[in-house]
Design a protein around this ligand. Structure first.
Ligand code: ARG
Length: 608
């Protein structure tokens, strides 16, 4: 499928950034740009990137090649000019030209180590903070009340949570809203199903004027049985479906008993959902639902009517959102069905109205299945056309791909049914538990369970987030749970290794504090260079909405730290200064990894 949404509404923000601390790469860029300028060339040619030949140098600048065209000189001539200036730069150990005019840069260890120590003492580890914090609403989770969470709800929860954490880390005001499905036909189905079995309850008596019971007339397990039964019945019987539609309509129009029953459904369901999301380490600032938008529906529809944006189409009320340049059909956006009922599109429209009124956000991000792309395209076009939102409001649809089984089809239970999220989580946990028991027969059952919860969740989340959001991926439990390779458990294992080194040091009375010294080896230097990239990675991956970059980064750091660990005997090192520096470097690596993991919504155990 072509993803028409990738081009949709995603405006790049070109905002200025203040740095609590400047990124290492920015520092280097500034130096080189200044030298280009000094030689009479435009600054813009002085762009520096991390070297793609780390065996040759650490950073490189290819600007001489582009500048050559502009200034009608040979690239080598330009590179030579600039190099002459760069030779006297204090921060650089070595600068040299490779090929036709690529400038290569190696930093002085003293410069690198000052930067690393500065990072250690910076509250955000050197990550730049946005100068103009934005108010960003992230709409994710999207659970439907009275239906258990299933694997389809996994990706939105994991991805939305991490985007929220990234945005907050960078200093924005981010509001996570679960936007529960609590206002559609499923509510009417549940109400009529209950009426069939417990019709004598006061909720169904239209003449009842007393108070309704405080206790719900069902448990969450019963509730979870009611919906599938109702759904089956309504699917096979037109009259039952009609009755459910009527009940939905009556609920939406405030029939007292139905509203009271509906409240019970919400309360019981939300309590259960909270438990489930907690086990995923996912939390929301707002537990709003579609129903919370109903207070804005009249306002929004009146506004559309008054300003002539709506028309009737086969009895329904719609807004035409097609344009002349459309290369694919974009159907009208439906406001009311022909029977006058509100639908998914109505509540989404009213939700935007409400969000603008209550929060005046700069950006609203929707993390929803790719398959809802067209709905959001219509919604965004509608609110823009009708000028319900200010032009500067960004509306982003972040559509995610499907989690598939090994057969390449959406992941199912062994029997071919929809897999409950709870069951998926416990399947992964049990897989991890098996391995842990083999490795650590010494650990007690309770602690083992806690460890397995964390490691299992890392397998699931990292397995998901390490893929590009829009792509489908295959849920391969053996690969995801492996303690080796590019997996969550491997990263946790690395953090646990660092923790264990620090525990040993502490038992000798050595607490990690004080300066890290200049690197003693190539491997140690490379570890520092990688750690220094932290700020860039977090900033870039939020800007591009690519959490997979953080996964790549921590995999890289973990590999390098493990090389460093194998190269050095930290705890038995005799030179006390060296030893202390290595302990500090270990603590710093752990801090960088844990901070990244926290942004991904993953936590490392003490041991595993
Ligand atoms: N409840 C919806 C579903 O399960 C997802 C909601 C997504 N958010 C939104 N504002 N429409 O498909």
């Amino acid at each position: 499928m072509i993803n028409i949404c990738s081009v949709l509404e995603i405006c790049k923000n070109t905002k200025v950034v203040i740095e609590l601390m400047e990124k290492l790469l920015s520092k280097i860029n500034n130096i080189v740009k200044q030298k280009f300028e000094k030689c009479g060339y435009d600054r813009k040619y002085g762009v520096v990137t991390v070297s793609n030949r780390p065996d040759l140098s650490q950073y490189q600048c290819n600007g001489a090649l582009a500048a050559a065209k502009k200034y009608r000189k040979s690239p080598i001539q330009i590179a030579n000019n600039v190099i002459e200036e760069l030779n006297s730069v204090d921060e650089f150990e070595k600068v040299f030209i490779a090929g036709p005019g690529f400038i290569n840069i190696v930093l002085k260890d003293s410069f690198l180590i000052n930067y690393i120590n500065e990072m250690c003492n910076s509250p955000k580890l050197g990550c730049p903070q946005t100068e103009k914090p934005e108010t960003i609403i992230i709409d994710y989770g999207g659970a439907n009340v009275a239906k258990p969470l299933h694997v389809g709800h996994l990706r939105t929860a994991i991805i939305g949570e991490t985007l929220k954490r990234m945005g907050k880390f960078l200093g924005n005001k981010v509001i996570g809203d679960i936007h529960m499905g609590d206002w559609g036909l499923q509510m009417g189905m549940i109400i009529t199903e209950m009426k069939k079995h417990q019709g004598d309850l006061p909720y169904f008596d239209e003449n009842y004027t007393g108070e309704y019971p405080k206790e719900a007339p069902f448990t969450v397990d019963e509730l979870n049985e009611i919906y599938p039964a109702a759904n089956r019945r309504c699917k096979s019987n037109e009259a039952d479906l009609e009755e459910a539609r009527n009940a939905t309509f009556e609920l939406q129009n405030g029939r007292r008993g139905y509203v009271a029953l509906w409240r019970h459904i919400i309360d019981v369901s939300v309590a259960d959902l909270k438990k489930n999301y907690k086990s995923l380490n996912v939390s929301f600032d707002l537990w709003n639902g579609e129903s919370d938008s109903t207070k804005y529906i009249d306002k929004a529809v009146d506004y559309l009517k008054k300003n002539n944006y709506v028309q009737k189409s086969e009895g329904a009320l719609v807004v035409d959102v097609s344009t002349e340049n459309d290369t694919y059909p974009v159907p009208p956006f439906m406001i009311y069905k022909s029977d006058g009922a509100a639908l998914y599109s109505t509540t989404d429209l009213a939700t935007i109205w409400g969000r603008v009124e209550e929060y005046d956000p700069d950006d609203i991000i929707y993390v929803v299945d790719n398959r809802q792309c067209l709905h959001f395209e219509q919604l965004f076009r509608c609110v823009r056309k009708a000028k319900i939102v200010k032009d500067s409001l960004k509306l982003e649809f972040i559509g995610f791909g499907t989690m598939n089984g090994k057969d390449g089809k959406p992941y199912k239970t062994r029997e071919g049914g929809v897999m409950k999220l709870e069951n998926l989580i416990s399947t992964v946990k049990n897989k991890v538990l098996e391995k842990l028991k083999e490795n650590r027969p010494d650990v007690k059952e309770d602690e083992m369970n806690e460890i397995a919860d964390k490691v299992g969740l890392s397998a699931l989340k990292y397995g998901d987030l390490s893929n590009q959001i829009s792509k489908n991926y295959i849920f391969d439990i053996d690969r995801f749970c492996s303690f080796e390779g590019n997996t969550g458990p491997y990263i946790l294992y690395t953090v646990v290794r660092a923790k264990s080194i620090l525990r040993k040091a502490e038992s000798e009375g050595l607490k990690a504090e004080g300066r890290i010294l200049e690197p003693q080896s190539e491997i140690e230097r490379d570890l520092m260079l990688k750690l220094a990239k932290f700020g860039e990675v977090i900033e870039g991956s939020f800007e591009d909405r690519t959490p997979n970059r953080i996964c790549e980064y921590i995999y890289d750091v973990s590999n390098q730290f493990n090389k460093f660990y194998h190269e050095n005997k930290i705890i038995t090192e005799e030179d006390q200064n060296k030893k202390m520096s290595w302990i500090n470097l270990t603590a710093f690596t752990k801090k960088v990894l844990e901070t990244c993991l926290d942004i991904l919504g993953i936590e490392a155990p003490e041991r595993m």
